[in-house]
Ligand binder design. Sequence first.
Ligand code: ADP
Length: 542
Amino acid sequence: MQMVSEWRATLTYPLTLSRVLERMIRYWGHVDVVTRRPDRSLHRTTYADLYRRAHALARALTRLGIRPGDRVATLCWNHSMHMECYLGIPITGAILHTLNLRLHPSDLAYIVNHAEDRFLIVDDVLLPLFEQFKQEVRLERVFVIPFSGESVPEPYESYEELVKGPFEPFPYPDLPEDTPAMMCYTSGTTGRPKGALYSHRAMVLAAMATMLADTFAVSRRDTILAVVPMFHVAGWVLPFSAPLAGARLVLPGPHLDPESVLELISSEGATFSGGVPTVWLGILDALERSPEKYPLRRELRVAVGGSAPPESLLRRMKRAGIRLIHGWGMTEVLIGIQSHLKPYMETWPEEQQVAMQLKQGMPVPLLEARIVGPEGEVPPDDRTMGELQVRGPWVAGSYFRGEAPEAWTPDGWFRTGDVAVWDAEGFIKIVDRTKDLIKSGGEWISSVDLENALMTYPKVKEAAVIAVPHPKWMERPLAVVVPREGETVTEEELREYLRPKFAKWWLPDAFVFTKEIPKTSTGKLAKLVLREQFKDWKWPES
Ligand code: ADP
């Protein structure tokens, strides 16, 4: 009798991203990819063309000496050439390292050097940013994408030189599925930014996960407007799920203002989009001002995450006829927890439904979550708080160079730094965070860095920077400052002092002067007390 253990699949292969490319060319070559260029014109291409150019890129990089494990960085907006990098770099065995163009040049320099990026591919329109840290980094080659349509300025090399010429297929090397494919740095924990690595297998499985009906349900019927920057969390994996599923892809380039995004959603007939609450609050404002200007597809669904959405966002989305998917994710976790209602909840009173949707929800299939308090896993009583920990096939198991190993428990769970409760339905709710950081419009601000800088100012004795709720940005920094004895300090001079050291949007919106900052029993700044004290702070424009 044949043993059950002898069963074998007809084909077993490593789950590498070449599978995405091969499906894309076999079935979806005709599907279009639309990009809004800097001059606002629309550029249209197809997956067939992306395939050809991604293969050409892979050939060129290999010819130039890029080897498996090397890092190739991108500093780009969302557009079809960035998609070529997503597809063409990992198939060589090299690691696509996406750089966050919102960071301060000194942080970008740190990250490029720390990652030891060998090559950089950069948009011509971002050269002014690159030139602010160019002298501080060691890169072997820099290729410039002529995104604006202008010719590439001297002395840079053009990206087009890498991808031009007659098509010749790139022979995929045999890569084990655990080969790193991508890396995104995160400031989402305290300390210096750290590189979260994703393997080919992680990406393929995460892309599959986004195609499930109870997650994003990405399918061939979709037109995806990818608002989430491709330099954040692998663009929520959509650059891989779209070509795998055969979905049309619309990429907004640098035009992320609400009217431009809304216009594109409407004119291209988007059925799926996503982004942080700040972006969608702005889009809803524009939509509510002139709904007739922007007819939307009935099927439009929007994934919102990155920060907790306010209740008003849910209600306004509903009024606009847009289906909202509220999700929680992290750079290290990719696709994580989502609050799709269970069928019987749909008969609940609206208030209760809204309360469930405002929770972060349940882990997507194959991801595991637990909430751990001082006495172990907390009961599902919606009350007992603990740290949210996750694990799963696409959750990063270490940082680049093995930094901060304490982010993982000894039994291998990733410690998110978020404080959560969960209920009898299995729905998780984030209630706080242990990371001493501020999340403004989906981007992190380090309160510790701001405090340290403030405390180097001679007239400042002590300073604490805290996150205070904000109607537009979700959170903004507020600085509480104790001047040195006999000194008077003004808000203006502190702002001037900080300005050259940080990105503009990092600067605290308010400075409060006081005689003393409350301390914990161990002498640390009692941020919790301060946050409680300022939780109802009225920002000028609110
Ligand atoms: P992302 O780019 O997805 O925002 P980050 O790693 O920068 O990823 O940030 C992840 C953190 O953002 C989480 O640990 C959590 O603190 C916060 N976060 C993400 N999604 C939500 C959400 N839906 N509700 C509340 N907080 C969230």
